[in-house]
Ligand binder design. Structure first.
Ligand SMILES: [Zn+2]
Length: 77
């Protein structure tokens, strides 16, 4: 099992890059937001992704798209 990867435009890189897509519980999103370290963020959201696989239809999860090149994160509600 691995997180979903999408190729899409990154506003920060200014080009199309690979993005990791993960589901994150909205209640924990703000806590992750304050942590600027990309790798720590990834390790945190991977747990959320496994949980998200079980309850992907629940509204309390938001979709995070993270650029693999620069770490720019886009949150889709
Ligand atoms: Zn980028």
């Amino acid at each position: 099992m691995s997180p979903t990867v999408e190729i899409c435009h990154c506003a920060s890189c200014g080009t199309e890059t690979r993005h990791v897509v993960v589901l994150v519980r909205k209640t924990s999103a703000f806590k992750n937001e304050q942590n600027g370290k990309f790798k720590e963020f990834i390790s945190g959201v991977v747990k959320g992704w496994f949980l998200g696989a079980f309850v992907a239809s629940m509204d309390e999860f938001s979709r995070h798209r993270i650029c693999e090149t620069c770490g720019e994160k886009v949150i889709e509600n």
